[in-house]
Design a protein around this ligand. Structure first.
Ligand code: JD8
Length: 241
């Protein structure tokens, strides 16, 4: 997969691409990334990228020309998805991450200020995504969230020991609690069963924790989750208690 980012703040992406699973994926050539400064595609003397909104109002709007020209200068593959990060986009989740991971080329457009001239949405972007109902100052952090969720789904990016299929939002339920050494810390002990070496009992304890926690914290997830008859029974029992 190749990922191109259009932004006025390319430095924001350095930390993301220089560390962790991103760095490994790039080094292994499982993914390649290009970060492009929108300002480099503005041709006037002051490299203007924004202007006043038609009709008046507070703040500035990103001009269409540098964004259209930046994307035209990027060689596009046949199945490219051109994504505008915007509060008006479809709400990002694991299913959209899966969908995007099937493309060989993603271009993400990060706006700033009061947003981007609407013609980018109307005539250039093929998709619009929001990462949630809160106000960010620009599209950069949203783009990082999207590409992090997508890249870890690419074949070979996670070690063979970790499967992305085990993740909470794939299974549709919350994860069980994790503990490591020491067995007792400040008087707080790890649940006995985890020290027992009884793998069947451990598996059954973890399944119960998954159901309890999901029921307690995110009950709406259980409506869509794929559950075994035993798990459905446990939900019944816990709901009555
Ligand atoms: C892009 C500018 C700033 C704040 C006008 C548009 C996504 N889930 C999300 N929340 N916020 C964004 C987002 C915010 C952005 C831009 C994405 C470009 N802003 C805001 C002041 C009022 N806008 C987002 N994805």
């Amino acid at each position: 997969m190749h990922i191109d980012i259009l932004t006025l703040f390319p430095q924001m992406f350095q930390g993301v691409f220089d560390s962790g699973i991103f760095k490994r994926a790039i080094d292994q050539k499982l993914v390649s990334v290009g970060v492009h400064n929108i300002r480099d595609y503005s041709h006037d003397k002051h490299h203007t990228v924004d202007d006043y909104p038609y009709g008046g109002g507070a703040g500035m709007v990103l001009k269409p020309e540098p964004i259209f020209e930046a994307i035209e200068s990027i060689k596009r593959e046949a199945d490219v998805s051109i994504i505008l990060l915007t509060p008006q986009g479809r709400l990002f989740g694991q299913q959209i991450a899966q969908e995007l991971s099937q493309h060989s080329h993603l271009i993400l457009i990060c706006g700033r200020y009061e947003g981007v001239d609407e013609r980018v949405s109307e005539h250039l972007a093929t998709d619009e995504i929001s990462i949630g109902d809160y106000v960010l100052s620009g599209g950069e952090l949203a783009a990082m969230v999207v590409i992090d969720a997508v890249v870890r789904l690419l074949p070979g990016v996670l070690g063979s020991a970790t499967s992305p299929l085990d993740d909470s939002h794939v299974a549709g339920v919350l994860e069980y609690p994790q503990y490591t050494r020491p067995a007792t810390y400040r008087g707080w002990s790890v649940p006995e069963v985890l020290l027992s070496g009884n793998h069947a009992q451990i598996a059954s304890w973890r399944r119960e924790q998954v159901i309890r926690r999901t029921l307690e914290r995110r009950p709406e997830l259980l409506d869509k989750a794929e559950l075994s008859p035993e798990e459905k029974n446990l939900i019944q029992k816990l709901r009555q208690a």
